[in-house]
Design a protein around this ligand. Structure first.
Ligand code: CAO
Length: 550
């Protein structure tokens, strides 16, 4: 290993550039070409690459410093190079507070005092905030276990006038972060606990919580990553700030943040394409474009895609521990379909109970026959058959609306979808020509399709072409629910668990097995009277299954 300087390379004509982000910490191992830090000119942000592989031993600059070609920004123990006595002088120089090229990041600090051996714990407090109080934290820039330099940005706070970074008064290791995004801070509030090294080779700040409010001599810098001190970056739109999504840390320079604010883009939703997922201007522009496209296409992005503002998420982590996981494709597709149907279709749900006492007696009588055939007869085939009959008798339910052409599409076939609960989410295979099939055939086919759905073996064609959907929660429980129409179909039947109920027969109460039905329908296509006719018919058909033969 040998000590090697990391210098600012040719900046393509730019004279002095500003450091807007430092992407490594002392102790980090880097590969050749890994980004060490990012500088920003008035035209672009550029990452400075590592000249080789090794371990960072020193950072000579801080965010906000201006550097030019040839300046040393960091030192590293280069991998593969021979170590030896000649390394030592440089290593010593590194332990000093400054090197000739750097822009004296610590010049405003109180006189440092040498300490020898060990380390001590310091609680860092919020310094004076230019008279502001209760300023929300918009970004926590450190995590437990991080090794940070003096002046490293700890948190970013944002008032209605400006955003600013609170810098670390010490170099050391973060032990505990005491604030979270969304917290409101005032002078003297506790920010974090950190172990500050005070071995003989390192200089430490002689400050104490009591004497100086810990970090209070260290004024917050106007919006960090690049904005030089005394030039607060005014954030005119900060009142429209959305709390960031939990767990999301945003890496972006001030110019990019400003652009996002101006465009009203929530940066916690933008995927950075820069090094270490840093968000670039192009990412913000692409995100805004895609949101606009989704809105035009009626999709459901962060918002609803309908002009209705999306639901803003609070920072859930303020209430307790959370974990985030990406949605599966199926969940994302289902979510977007449900939302589209819910927003496009004026839903009404009609409820009815069907007396299935006789049907149930018949079903049970078929148990032995079912075992012989290897098919289980559940209530579902009867319901399928009843729905097919009702769709034939009330064809206004077997349509789709073409609102663009102002036409009603009448279907001359009766294909029915059945919602299947699978470990991967909801799937809706379709049974074709239900009206032409017998109960055993329907029992076998629905069981086979449900199994295929659970095994993720359904072909796309097996999930297309439904005129109507049945969603049965009868095997699970519940007394009624309001299913969402699987648009462009115009109705869906929800089936809940059958239960014994006392039914008045004109002279006394009889115990009858009643099956709750919930028919949701698109009120543009179907009127309430027809819906009541449909559920009454279903109730009659299931109440006397002989009528299914007629
Ligand atoms: N009332 C009382 N019992 C019922 C019933 C009802 N309405 N419906 C079914 N059952 C009974 C069945 O008879 C069976 O009991 P036995 O084993 O004693 O015979 C048991 O409940 C389990 O039935 P099943 O669920 O295996 O079969 P099914 O034909 O009724 O349903 C299917 C098949 C695929 C619809 C079902 O398994 C399923 O996935 N349902 C969930 C659908 C869903 O998630 N819908 C929500 C969509 S919206 O989010």
């Amino acid at each position: 290993m040998s000590e090697q300087e990391i210098k600012v390379p040719d900046l393509g004509g730019a004279d002095e550039v500003e450091i807007i982000e430092i992407l490594v910490s002392v102790g980090d191992s880097v590969e050749a070409e890994d980004s060490i830090l990012t500088v920003e000119t008035d035209k672009a942000s550029v990452d400075l690459p590592s000249p080789g592989a090794g371990k960072i031993t020193k950072l000579s600059v801080k965010v906000g410093d201006k550097v030019k070609e040839g300046d040393v920004v960091a030192m590293m123990d280069a991998e593969g190079a021979a170590g030896g006595a000649e390394d030592e002088p440089e290593a010593k120089a590194e332990s000093g507070a400054s090197s000739d090229n750097k822009s004296e990041p610590e010049k405003s600090k109180p006189e440092p005092k040498k300490k020898s051996g060990g380390s001590r714990k310091e609680t860092v407090l919020v310094p004076p905030l230019d008279g502001m109080e209760e300023v929300p934290v918009i970004e926590v820039n450190i995590s437990e276990g991080d090794t940070i330099e003096v002046d490293a940005s700890l948190v970013t706070v944002e008032s209605d006038k400006a955003s600013m970074d609170i810098p670390s008064p010490y170099a050391g290791k973060v032990v505990k972060v005491l604030v979270a995004e969304g917290d409101k801070l005032s002078e003297g509030d506790k920010l974090l606990e950190m172990m500050v090294a005070d071995d003989g080779d390192e200089e430490v700040e002689e400050q104490s919580e009591e004497s100086s409010g810990s970090s209070q001599d260290s004024k917050p810098e106007p919006k960090s990553e690049g904005a030089p001190p005394k030039e607060p970056e005014v954030q005119p739109q900060s009142s429209t700030y959305e709390p960031p999504s939990p767990g999301a840390r945003v890496h972006a320079g001030p110019a990019v943040r400003k652009l996002a604010r101006e465009l009203g883009a929530d940066m916690t939703r933008i995927k950075g394409s820069g090094p270490k997922s840093r968000i670039l201007k192009d990412d913000v522009n692409d995100y805004v474009k895609s949101q606009l496209q989704q809105t035009q296409q009626g999709g459901s992005g962060a918002g609803t895609g309908s002009g209705i503002p999306g639901v803003k998420l609070p920072d859930f982590s303020q209430f307790g521990d959370i974990e985030r996981e990406p949605m599966s494709r199926m969940m994302a597709v289902t979510a977007s379909n449900m939302q589209r149907s819910w927003l496009n279709v004026p839903h009404v749900t009609q409820f009815e109970d069907a007396d299935i006492s006789d049907m149930e007696a018949f079903r049970k009588s078929q148990k032995a026959a079912g075992e012989k055939k290897g098919v289980k007869m559940t209530p579902l085939p009867f319901i399928l058959k009843a729905c097919a009959t009702a769709l034939a008798e009330l064809p206004q339910f077997n349509v789709s609306l073409d609102m663009e052409r102002k036409e009603v599409v009448h279907k001359q076939y009766i294909h029915i979808g059945i919602a299947v609960d699978t470990p991967n989410g909801l799937m809706v295979p379709v049974i074709r020509d239900v009206d032409q099939k017998g109960l055993w055939e329907l029992a076998a086919e629905s069981a086979e399709l449900a199994q295929k759905a659970r095994d993720r073996k359904l072909k796309p064609a097996e999930m297309q072409g439904a005129c109507f959907t049945i969603t049965s929660l009868g095997g699970i429980g519940g007394t009624a629910f309001t299913p969402i129409v699987n648009s462009p179909e115009v109705a869906i039947l929800g089936v809940s668990r059958a239960a014994m109920k006392p039914v008045w027969d004109g002279s006394e109460f009889q115990p009858r097995l009643m099956l709750p039905l919930s028919l949701s329908y698109d009120h543009r296509a179907v009127n309430g009277a027809d819906a009541a006719r449909f559920t009454s018919l279903l109730s009659q058909l299931l109440g006397d299954i002989r009528t299914l033969l007629l």
